[in-house]
Write a protein that binds this ligand. Structure first.
Ligand code: ADP
Length: 574
């Protein structure tokens, strides 16, 4: 279903005053044309009769007129541009804000390059059309109406004869517009594919090189580029057929006017000079008609971009704060999973009837084979997903009854892979806070064993990290993530142990920092290796989405069950 352009009205409405002013300027500018013609005609008269006084007063008036005309032109261009760019600005801000509220699942289904294309190129195209609509389409329609009124005033039957062809022109424009829309949709989708593949190849450039897959990637790129070329060419081709067809229809109407004109002159109902005046009107119609056809085409082509932008806006997050939600008060950190079952939207059942209680300040480790449901279990706590069945309580409060930010701000996450955002180390440690004290950052970094290496960087905490922090080692990045969690000072911690092994020294520093971080907080750790398990109060063993064993390291070893098996295998399988 095509998105209606009327959905842009709420974004245009706030700028109606600027637009009205711009229209007034347009009217002034348009009105200056006949006045100019009249002035030239008068000037010719004065020059012809050698009337110097007349020449000088008219020159004065003309100069003032030109200044006014220039001002109108400036006002029209600048104000229209400002209004349409503001429409793009507010729409873009709205789309980004909305995008961020969407579920993780949406991002799992979407491609980064495609999403960024929607927020950049697609939105720019919509902006261009908005600009064109107010800058060209509306004035063209006004000119058309004015010229037609003048023609009607001159001769009704001749005008109707000219207009007889209008429905045909309308049909032709509509028919071609439909084809243009189809090919533009294809072309926008292909270019978004291209953008998506570009993002993938560039962010995975190491893998591409490691697999010597440059040719393979180029082939993929070339295929999308060719498909885009085909779709683009199809659009252009449609247009190049459309212009002569519309031109031909227009010529038909001109021929009809000649016939009818000749016939009326012969019958004595029309004078030759009246007919010439009428023909001048017909000629004046050409420009606005050509431009309108072009604009309608542009509007149709941009429909594809409009659809892509609003498709994103129509996506509603499943996980959101209920209207009745209240902020989660400061918590002690008790966590309860109460018969929680969860399946991913794609259908895979990931957790079944999970019952688990974690006391404030307690540390537990989740252990189990890959795919057992460890990550899924911790994803439910900050409500990255909501379970289909059962409840999750924090300090006895159902997490679905509280507002999302108040919940998430009290849960710190140290992920497997630390994402560093472009900016300084300090900004990265204080991530999400616009203002912070450097001393605070330093204190957090000390606890996280990061202070030493950060101080050794050329610009210390003000050193800028690359797009993905390429200049920091794995262990250093982990310690930045730990410092981040210290800054947040949450009561509940989720630790996803890094799977990649660190060197012994780094490992010891990270481990020490983690222990400090866990002090006095409830911690749920996903253990991939033995290291984390040593420091926890209880170990929870998961298998196929269900809890199969719970106990301390010694208890579980003594029981000789699943955990003991894993342990015997030296955690080698996971
Ligand atoms: P673990 O962390 O123990 O390795 P996960 O919690 O990641 O296990 O996965 C549990 C199950 O859910 C697996 O069967 C996995 O394939 C599935 N799963 C994980 N993430 C997703 C996802 N985003 N969409 C669909 N299924 C998923």
């Amino acid at each position: 279903m095509a998105t209606s352009y009327t959905r842009l009205i709420p974004y245009v409405r706030p700028h109606r005053r600027t637009l009205t002013l711009a229209f007034l300027c347009t009217l002034g500018f348009v009105a200056s044309m006949p006045m100019l013609a009249y002035a030239i005609e008068r000037m010719a008269h004065f020059v012809g009769s050698g009337d110097l006084a007349g020449i000088s007063w008219l020159s004065g008036i003309a100069l003032v007129g030109f200044v006014g005309r220039g001002a109108c032109q400036y006002g029209q261009d600048a104000l229209m541009a400002k209004a349409s760019l503001r429409v793009v600005l507010s729409l873009r801000q709205h789309v980004f804000r909305h995008l961020q509220t969407l579920d993780l699942d949406y991002f799992a289904r979407s491609r980064t390059g495609d999403l960024s294309y929607r927020l950049t190129e697609d939105l720019d195209r919509v902006g261009e059309v908005v600009h064109k609509f107010f800058h060209q389409t509306v004035p063209d329609v006004l000119v058309l109406v004015a010229v037609l009124s003048y023609m009607l005033y001159l001769n009704v039957s001749l005008t109707l004869a000219t207009l007889a062809i209008a429905p045909l022109v309308g049909l032709a424009i509509g028919w071609f517009g439909e084809r243009l829309l189809t090919s533009s949709r294809r072309s926008q989708d292909r270019i978004a594919d291209l953008a998506a593949q570009l993002t993938e190849s560039l962010s995975g450039i190491q893998t591409v090189k490691a697999f010597a897959a440059e040719e393979y990637e180029s082939d993929r790129f070339n295929r999308f580029a060719r498909l885009n070329f085909q779709a683009r060419f199809q659009s252009e081709h449609v247009k190049s057929v459309q212009y002569p067809v519309v031109g031909f229809l227009y010529a038909l109407s001109v021929i009809a006017v000649f016939w009818l004109g000749g016939w009326q002159i012969r019958a004595g109902n029309l004078s030759g000079s009246e007919f010439v005046g009428f023909l001048a009107g017909v000629a004046l119609l050409i420009d606005p008609i050509v431009q309108l056809t072009d604009n309608v085409n542009h509007i149709r082509q941009t429909q594809a971009s409009l659809d892509r932008v609003f498709e994103l806006l129509d996506e509603t997050p499943r996980v959101r704060s209920l209207p009745t939600a209240k902020p989660l008060p400061d918590i002690r950190g008790k966590v309860q999973f109460d018969r929680v079952s969860f399946a991913y939207p794609s259908g895979a059942i990931a957790l079944q009837h999970v019952d688990l209680q974690v006391q404030p300040g307690e540390a537990i480790a989740l252990v189990g084979a890959s795919g057992a449901g460890k990550s899924t279990l911790v994803k439910l706590l900050p409500r990255f997903y909501d379970p289909q069945d059962g409840r999750i309580l924090i300090d006895g409060i159902d997490i679905q009854a509280v507002t999302l930010p108040s919940l998430r701000r009290q849960i710190g996450i140290v992920p497997q892979e630390t994402v560093l955002f472009s900016g300084t180390i300090a900004q990265n440690i204080a991530y999400g806070r616009a203002d912070f004290e450097l001393a605070e950052v330093e204190r957090a970094a000390k606890i996280a064993n990061a202070h030493e290496f950060v101080s050794r960087l050329p610009e210390g905490y003000l050193s800028v990290v690359g797009e993905r922090g390429v200049n920091l080692s794995g262990g250093q990045r982990q310690r930045i993530a730990i410092a981040r969690a210290v800054m947040l000072d949450p009561k509940i911690l989720i630790l996803d142990e890094a799977t990649s092994a660190l060197d012994a020294e780094s490992e010891a520093l990270v481990q020490e920092a983690l222990e400090r971080l866990m002090q006095g907080r409830t911690a749920i750790a996903i253990a991939h290796r033995l290291a984390t398990v040593r420091n926890v109060d209880r170990i929870v063993v998961l298998e196929k989405g269900a809890i199969v064993e719970v106990g301390s390291h010694e208890e579980l070893l003594a029981r000789g069950g699943r955990y003991a098996d894993y342990h015997a295998q030296q955690f080698s399988r996971w």
